[in-house]
Ligand binder design. Structure first.
Ligand code: NOJ
Length: 594
């Protein structure tokens, strides 16, 4: 029998559903999602079949950066609820077998945090200022910022305070960077980890995990505006990103995590070279790290093959598990990325940014194609070994909303760039729960970001009883995934080529994706799920199928496999007997495209 993962490592192959709380469900009619809204949808989350939820920040915040500007790490924004609501939500999710991961934002506080207020009121050189990164300016009277570094959100990374000093903020001016060389800062975060772990939180998603340790020895070197360490520095030595010392911080966090049963887990948001990622995911560190390589890949067979083989090789070499992500609250939804015609010189993310700037009209997205490919990509991702992160609304096949009027936009990326970047509001538009009504069932009133009319037909209500819907596909996929889950590896099947990816997990679970124009035969076995209907028994373009085939080797576990056909979207042809199977990113890759 395949061994179930030990409970202590429940996360290794978990499906985690990201909730962006202000846009998930609103229980009190103010147009902003809240914890009561999540409580009211626990049944929905359970019916989806996810193992855990990750909540983006719900802390008190002025919302300069959607809650990633935290005023108080140990409280709930009163607009979203109370600590009692949080406890009720956690209890409800746990009772449904769903674990809870919360976002922790250690690189920066908000400018309304008690510490930052104290720092502003305190003199130069005071302990209160030493919790942040204050420096004198350059030039006459220190009127020039200490360096020419730019914020990732646009504009300078330094802001001057009334007594003439400057403070560092790699993101918005309202997000002052903390000084992680300070013992007090470190201890306070350990206390925050304990605070939430004591309340039953199972894990932490660590925002900007690669940014905490900094080398701020002067003179400061000019640096490009990027979250990547880049090739100009030896690995681990960039002044701002992915420094080796950052792992000393996570070793301390691990000591706290291991005081709980099961041990708490962290998942690093670390935009680092794949070869550096596994250190964040080490058992001596956080345990998991986001792998954004699929999210950055174009919908091309060769790119997907390369990402999957490289990432599995990296993680296997280091004995850690991997994660997969196609969408989150920071990027254009994958249904829309795949709806844009691929441009050779642009990654899918780059092409999507250009498309957003055009107001969502150039190129004209082919939504049907995007949805078809997104379903195929998701089914492929869910068959891979490791953990999969889903973003709220992708189970409805939601597309990006591109035409949000400027005066309704919330993202600092839009405001700080003077509109030169559209920002991330288009994937944060509140979810449609009902086919009509005010804000499509999200709230009793209008939603905080405007929803387009086309949300109605994509609502939960509209899809709930449609077995061909994207919602039904996700439910079926998660249910089958639980039954078929196997050891954390895969075997590429003969015939994987420039058009088709075909792999097998132990126990006989096979996944085949056809990226090319020619429909191809499926391998021998029982078809359990397909992302789009078959064509005369063949797997058509932009379609993924899961097949359960009797294992021919001595792999144990056959007895637990289902031997029936089930969960096929309407119109899927399962009647045929199946023949033999056929089959930009930023830094270097080891394997050429086939
Ligand atoms: C990464 C988060 O995902 C993003 O939403 C946020 O703006 C930045 N970190 C800054 O906290």
């Amino acid at each position: 029998m395949e061994m179930a993962p030990p409970t202590a490592e429940w996360w290794r192959q978990a499906v985690v559903y990201q909730i962006y709380p202000r846009s998930f469900a609103d229980s009190d009619g103010d147009g902003v999602g809240d914890l009561g809204g999540i409580i009211s949808r626990v049944t929905y989350l359970a019916s989806l079949g996810v193992d855990a939820v990750w909540l983006s920040p719900f802390y008190p915040s002025a919302l300069t950066d959607g809650g990633y500007d935290v005023d108080d790490y140990r409280d709930v924004d009163p607009r979203l609820g109370t600590l009692a609501d949080f406890d009720e939500m956690t209890a409800g999710l746990h009772a449904s077998g769903i674990k809870v991961i919360i976002d922790i934002v250690p690189n920066h506080t908000s400018n309304r945090h008690a510490w930052f207020r104290e720092a502003l009121a305190a003199p130069k050189g005071s302990p209160a200022r030493d919790r942040y990164i204050f420096r004198d300016g350059r030039g006459l009277d220190g009127a020039q910022p200490p360096s020419d570094w730019a914020s990732l959100f646009g504009g300078p990374a330094w802001t001057r305070v009334p007594d003439g000093q400057w403070y560092l903020h790699l993101f918005a001016a309202e997000q002052p960077d903390l000084n992680w060389a300070s013992r007090e800062v470190r201890d306070d975060f350990l206390a925050t980890l304990r605070f939430w772990s004591d309340r039953g939180v199972d894990g932490f998603r660590v925002d900007v995990a690669h940014g905490l340790a900094k080398n701020l020895a002067e003179p400061f070197e000019p640096l490009p505006v990027t979250e990547h360490a880049g090739a100009a520095f030896a690995p681990g030595t960039h002044p701002l990103w992915d420094r080796d010392e950052v792992h000393d911080i996570y070793a301390e966090w691990r000591q706290v995590f291991n005081q709980y049963d099961p041990p708490r887990v962290g998942v690093a948001e670390a935009w680092v070279h794949p070869s550096r990622r596994t250190r964040y995911a080490s058992p001596a560190g956080l345990g998991q790290a986001f792998n954004f390589d699929l999210l950055e890949a174009n919908w091309r067979c060769g790119e997907f093959l390369r990402v999957i083989t490289d990432d599995l090789a990296d993680t296997q070499q280091h004995g850690v598990s991997t994660t997969w992500v196609l969408s989150n609250h920071d990027v254009v939804r994958h249904a829309t990325r795949y709806a844009l015609s691929a441009q050779d010189d642009l990654s899918s993310i780059g092409a999507a940014s250009a498309w957003l700037l055009s107001g969502g009209v150039s190129p004209e997205p082919d939504r049907g194609l995007g949805t078809r490919r997104a379903r195929a990509a998701t089914l492929l991702m869910l068959a891979l070994p490791g953990s999969a992160y889903l973003y709220q609304g992708e189970e409805l096949g939601l597309h990006e909303v591109a035409d949000i009027p400027g005066d309704r936009r919330e993202d600092p990326v839009f405001w700080r760039s003077g509109g030169a970047e559209k920002g991330r509001d288009g994937c944060r538009v509140p979810l449609p729960w009902a086919a009509d009504g005010p804000s499509f069932g999200f709230s009793a009133d209008a939603a905080h970001l405007p929803q387009p009319a086309w949300f109605g037909p994509l609502s939960v209500q509209a899809q709930e009883h449609d077995s061909a819907s994207t919602l039904a596909l996700y439910r079926q996929a998660l249910s089958w995934r639980r039954k078929l889950q196997a050891a954390e590896n895969l075997e590429w099947m003969p015939g994987t080529n420039g058009q088709v990816l075909h792999f097998r997990r132990s126990g006989g679970w096979q996944c085949m994706t056809n990226f090319g124009p020619r429909a191809v035969p499926l391998p021998h076995g029982t078809l359990v799920l397909a992302s789009s209907p078959l064509q005369e028994g063949l797997l058509p373009e932009d379609t993924t199928a899961w097949i359960v085939a009797p294992v021919t080797d001595a792999t144990p576990g056959q007895s637990s496999l289902p031997h029936r056909t089930g969960g096929i979207p309407n119109g899927t042809d399962t009647s045929r007997s199946r023949g033999k199977g056929v089959h930009g990113r930023r830094e270097s890759r080891r394997r050429p495209e086939p």
